[in-house]
Design a protein around this ligand. Structure first.
Ligand SMILES: NC(=O)c1ccc[n+]([C@@H]2O[C@H](COP(=O)([O-])OP(=O)(O)OC[C@H]3O[C@@H](n4cnc5c(N)ncnc54)[C@H](O)[C@@H]3O)[C@@H](O)[C@H]2O)c1
Length: 469
């Protein structure tokens, strides 16, 4: 990836101090504020290339709209729920998070909730504080020998499994991406959800919140569970349908719930929080000193790695950039942009072309097709008022009505305009333009002027003057 220059970063809320010091050690100017209000953020954001947030700052479309120079939004934490990723992508801004910084903390809280559910620890604590000594009421059950269903076997799901196995629990699970043999290597047998529900004494969810996971546990799935099943949601509010959970708690189908997250935070509807069999926390999964330190440090290191063109970690909307960290890719991106700009200049109208066919030749180009074709579109769309880059160009070209077709075989192009380019000696060059072959490849740099005329040595001197011959 061609290095992205980040000279100034705004930290809009409390982030571990290592974040600021790492950025500053790497020559980035940092302004740190506490709990910035939205209006203040909108007024100031145009002065920065980078923004670092945790979860209190809501990076909405109007904030992004005012962020004229912003190149990256970094969230020191897992997930980017407080960032309007679509608006950022359209503006060509990278959105990055620190996916693994709080894995252990979230896993440990999940385990704490599972253990508390088995022994009614929070309820017993409240009762003691009220002056009671009620031993019968808080009779619990052992975790040993019980079945824990883990839905979502990513980073946190895996850590929860190994910890609860040490309590003697049998761990079963489901994940559409993690291969069964991989989870089996850490002791989790995978099976379809239909088979999983009826076997579990406890269920914990560790998936992202997305259309396919909203209401994963609902009336229908609760009905398939063992009576009295206990559930934990330390992932995102809404993965367990809140209304269905309340119904299951009231009917006894669900014997208890540990909730760290809610659809609305803080929850205005208090029915779940106040239910006697619910233990809940105000979204504390990542709230440990260690997790905050790791996330603050990780976001700064990830930004610095990106700025120095070393690697890209944690970006949620810039997958295309991951394979652009070699000098060869920089050259191909320059070639693509130059060819795109040339084709745009060749059109007689100011409007971009409506369809672009890109053909790459040679096996070495197989891995570069996606960023090469996007860079051609960047060149094509770069005109007054339009600032395309590799992040936003696909959505901009869709909006502009440009169809992009990619071929990886011999040219069969019958387009109106055709340009053939290559990289020679590290320099992007033009080999052919609209049927005219350049025996001497033309370096695609600086300002170029093209004339179409019959080959005639006198013509050049009459156009360029004798001194240039
Ligand atoms: N409570 C907190 O403060 C806190 C802290 C950290 C993370 N989290 C949340 O925990 C969740 C898990 O985080 P992670 O770091 O383990 O993420 P991860 O990306 O490592 O793992 C998520 C897993 O869910 C799986 N998945 C996706 N759709 C699924 C489906 N329909 N059914 C089953 N599995 C599915 C994915 O394949 C992936 O393996 C996320 O929602 C994250 O936002 C919460």
């Amino acid at each position: 990836m061609a290095p992205i220059a980040i000279k100034s970063v705004l930290i809009s809320e409390s982030v571990d101090p290592r974040c600021k010091s790492i950025l500053e050690e790497n020559g980035i100017r940092v302004t740190e504020k506490q709990n910035m209000k939205k209006d203040e953020l909108i007024a100031e954001i145009k002065n920065y290339d980078g923004l670092v947030v945790r979860s209190a700052t809501k990076v909405t479309a109007d904030v992004i709209g005012a962020a004229d120079n912003l190149k990256i939004i970094g969230r020191a934490g897992t997930g980017v729920d407080n960032v309007d990723v679509d608006a950022a992508t359209k503006k060509g801004i990278i959105v990055m998070n620190t996916p693994s910084g709080n894995t252990i903390s979230a896993a440990e809280l999940t385990c704490a909730l599972l253990i508390s559910l088995s022994r009614n620890v929070p309820q017993a604590v409240i009762s003691m504080k009220q002056g009671n000594w009620d031993r019968k009421k808080f009779m619990g059950s052992e975790l040993f020998g019980k079945v824990l269903g883990i839905v979502g076997l990513g980073r946190i799901g895996k850590e929860v499994a190994s910890r609860m196995q040490s309590f003697g629990m049998r761990t079963i699970g489901y994940d559409p991406i993690t291969p069964p043999q991989v989870s089996a290597s850490w002791g989790v047998e995978q099976m379809p959800l239909e088979e999983l529900w009826p076997q579990c004494d406890y269920i914990t969810v560790h998936t992202p919140l997305m259309p396919s996971t909203v209401g994963l546990l609902n009336d229908e799935s609760f009905a398939k569970c063992k009576k009295g099943v206990k559930v934990v949601n330390c992932a995102r509010g809404g993965i367990i349908d809140e209304a269905a959970l309340l119904r299951a708690l009231e009917s006894g189908q669900c014997g208890g719930a540990g909730l760290d997250v809610f659809v609305e935070e803080p929850p205005k509807d208090r029915a779940l929080v106040e239910h006697p069999n619910v233990i809940s926390c105000p979204h504390l999964g990542a709230s440990t000193k260690e997790a905050q330190a790791r996330c603050g440090e990780d976001i700064a290191l990830q930004m610095v790695d990106m700025v120095n063109g070393r690697k890209l970690i944690g970006a949620v909307n810039a997958q295309i950039l991951v394979s652009t960290f070699t000098e060869e890719s920089h050259q191909l991106i320059r070639l693509g942009e130059a060819v795109g700009a040339l084709l745009q200049a060749c059109t007689t109208s100011n409007k971009p072309l409506s369809s672009v066919q890109i053909t790459t030749l040679g096996d070495s180009m197989k891995t570069s097709t996606s960023y090469l074709s996007s860079s051609v579109l960047v060149g094509l769309l770069k005109h007054d008022g339009c600032c395309p880059n590799l992040i936003n160009v696909l959505s901009l070209s869709k909006e502009a009505g440009i169809k992009c077709l990619i071929f990886k075989k011999n040219l069969t192009c019958e387009s109106t305009l055709q340009a053939i380019g290559a990289v020679q000696g590290g320099v992007p060059v033009l080999l052919e333009l609209c049927g005219s072959v350049f025996r001497q490849p033309v370096s695609l740099a600086g300002s170029l002027l093209f004339f179409k005329a019959p080959a005639n040595p006198q013509l050049l001197s009459s156009v360029a003057g004798k001194n240039l011959m």
